[in-house]
Design a protein around this ligand. Structure first.
Ligand code: ZN
Ligand code: ZN
Length: 259
């Protein structure tokens, strides 16, 4: 089987990754408007009718904001933790007719040909998780929206064949920029987002023996620059910065394949 993955957008205005194994294709997060999601999926040759469902990491709008509307339009199930379901309901976003499947952040499960292993992360959401996805042979680790790495996170991501890794901000650009102080503190805090350096250190701490793809993701458009994110991750690997992939807000990134 082949594991393929691509993105249609990454960042605080909306995230959506597409992961495919064999006949099974899922969205990981759904933060762009449904029309826009359809349009961008078409660029990748993906029709909503060919999706098995949507995995959601946490309730923040850029990840979960459009999951129920998109799922309702296309009759897709949505996998999310109990805490994420509760938060969405309390924010006035009930699932309506959408079929929800509750994720246990410590238990792996299957969706068709795809193995899904959630893992818990520190972030300022009710019950956030991130995911490692596999076709049984190759593993893709995804990590965005985390304030600080943990031993649990490093264990989950060690030995992956591909990583999509948050490089949210450069601390100098963040603290020197125009965001209000409370927001700067939230972003840089232990339940906010990873800086380029934090991401570099996390990558450096992993078992990288199988690693064939690294994509920098969830970059702040105000507080980061693509070259800084790529240089940081390249330092951890000792590779050229242009080997590091980049997931952008407008384009995401094109299909990458693991055989
Ligand atoms: Zn986010
Ligand atoms: Zn978040």
């Amino acid at each position: 089987m082949t594991l393929r993955f691509a993105s249609i957008g990454s960042g605080s205005k909306g995230n959506c990754l597409v992961v495919e194994s064999g006949h099974t294709r899922v969205l990981l997060d759904c933060g762009l408007p449904p029309r826009e999601t359809e349009r961008r999926l078409a660029r990748l040759g993906v029709a909503p009718a060919g999706l098995a469902g949507i995995l959601v990491t946490h309730e923040h709008d850029d990840h979960a904001g459009q999951a129920y509307p998109f799922a309702a339009q296309h009759r897709l199930p949505v996998w999310l933790t109990y805490g994420t379901q509760l938060s969405l309901a309390e924010a006035g976003k009930p699932p309506g007719a959408v079929a929800t499947r509750t994720i246990d952040g410590r238990s792996a499960f299957s969706i068709g040909d795809l193995e899904v292993r959630p893992y818990t992360v520190p972030h300022d959401a009710r019950e956030p998780v991130q995911f490692v996805l596999s076709d049984g042979a190759s593993r893709l680790g995804v990590l965005t929206d985390i304030g600080a790495s943990t031993a649990h996170v490093e264990a989950a991501l060690s030995g992956c064949d591909a990583l999509v890794l948050e490089t949210n901000h450069d601390p100098d650009l963040l603290w020197g920029g125009g965001y209000p102080k409370w927001l700067k503190q939230r972003i840089a805090g232990p339940f906010g987002h990873l800086s380029n350096l934090q991401s570099e250190q996390l990558l450096g701490a992993l078992d990288r023996s199988r690693l064939k793809h690294v994509v920098a993701a969830h970059l702040s458009q105000q507080n980061n620059r693509p070259e800084l994110a790529r240089e940081a991750l390249a330092r951890a690997l000792g590779c050229a910065p242009d080997w590091i992939g980049l997931s952008t807000q407008e384009e995401g990134f094109a299909w990458r394949e693991l055989k």
